[in-house]
Design a protein around this ligand. Structure first.
Ligand SMILES: [Zn+2]
Length: 352
């Protein structure tokens, strides 16, 4: 999706691994702990065109990750405990949290058994509209359109643009271009309209995707009863909060929490910003989450947790378990913090 960034990450991980630099960097970069970010956990799918592959790892890789974290003597803790340690400056033992975004059913079917085998608690951030079966997972819809179509056309400002999408390489290039263009649109409504138009033209039922992939309220209620599971909020509509007015962003955050609490009859105190990068969550959103009383809120900015992060519990960085890098030898690099430290230029806390 972001080819340059992907290449940089891969090159960085390889260089760190082969140089052994992650070992000597570790005292500087490892910090107190890390929050791992995951999306789908499911068996690998065949096919060359998988533009969303960075959003899924296999149960085997999850198992290897948990085993590695345990082997490093790192405690696997809930977000409540992570917050407690952060606030108390309790760095006696390194810790890791596992967080899963969006509320996919495969988290129950494929992740939960692995987490159970390791006795590892974890958090799933639920977008209320996905649980309701009415949200739009436009990035999945776009993948399905391109998988099926031999050519697509989008109506950009300045005229229609046509992409030949006859083979996997062309589909990948078109996905990258269209995805990049979509992220420039004014708001999520415009993104969904553009993707829905493509879906209508190419016979994809984008309205059915949430129900197909995400847990319903009934399923979530049973899932949330597992003592290892914490449910967090992830807005109502999975919108880019930074593109909304402050009032609307506040409603997306507060109302998603209220809806989850009503449906699951349990308190919700943790939040994840959809998309979570600098263009989707920054100082205004961090302040909103704090004002609304969330105990923690996580971004997708890469980084480990340091004592400095205690001042910004609603602007926490995460370490992505990216499906494009499911190689056991990268795990030592990721848990060392060297990769994310390089990415951040060795800045330890970033809440601007
Ligand atoms: Zn999400």
């Amino acid at each position: 999706m972001k080819p340059l960034r992907d290449t940089v990450i891969r090159a960085g991980l390889e260089a760190l691994y082969f140089s052994g630099a992650h070992r000597w960097l570790r005292p500087v970069t490892a910090g107190m702990g890390a929050i791992f970010m995951l999306h789908h956990v499911r068996p690998a799918r065949g096919g060359a065109f998988q533009p969303n592959r960075h959003l899924e790892i296999t149960p085997e890789f999850l198992d290897a990750t948990l085993a590695h974290v345990r082997d490093c003597g790192i405690d696997i803790v809930t977000l409540d405990e992570a917050r407690r340690r952060l606030m108390a400056g309790d760095g006696a033992r390194r810790f890791a949290c596992f967080t899963f975004d969006d509320g996919y059913r495969d988290n129950r079917d494929h992740a939960l058994p692995v987490m159970r085998a390791h006795g590892a608690p974890f958090t799933v951030y639920v977008a209320a509209d996905f649980a309701e079966g009415c949200g739009r997972l436009w990035w999945v819809a776009l993948e399905r359109v391109l998988a099926r179509a031999d050519a697509i056309e989008i109506e950009r400002e300045g005229g229609a643009l046509r992409f030949g999408t006859g083979d996997a390489a062309a589909k990948q290039a078109a996905f990258r271009a269209v995805h990049g263009w979509l992220r420039t649109l004014a708001d999520d409504r415009a993104v969904q309209d553009a993707v829905s138009l493509l879906c209508a033209r190419h016979g994809i039922d984008d309205a059915a995707i949430a129900r197909e992939l995400c847990m319903s309220w009934d399923e979530l209620k049973a899932f949330a009863a597992d003592p290892l599971v914490t449910i967090g909020a992830h807005t109502l509509s999975h919108c880019n909060l930074a593109r909304e007015s402050e009032a609307q962003a506040g409603r997306e955050m507060a109302d998603s929490r209220a809806r989850i609490e009503a449906a699951l009859e349990r308190p919700v105190s943790h939040f994840a910003y959809p998309y979570g990068d600098r263009d989707a969550a920054a100082a205004r959103e961090f302040a909103l989450a704090a004002r609304l009383g969330f105990a923690t809120a996580v971004t997708t900015r890469p980084g480990m947790l340091f004592a400095e992060n205690a001042a910004h519990p609603t602007a926490l960085p995460r370490v992505s378990l990216n499906g494009n890098y499911q190689n056991a030898r990268f795990l030592a690099v990721l848990t060392s913090g060297a990769a994310t430290a390089l990415w951040n230029g060795f800045r330890r806390a970033d809440a601007a």
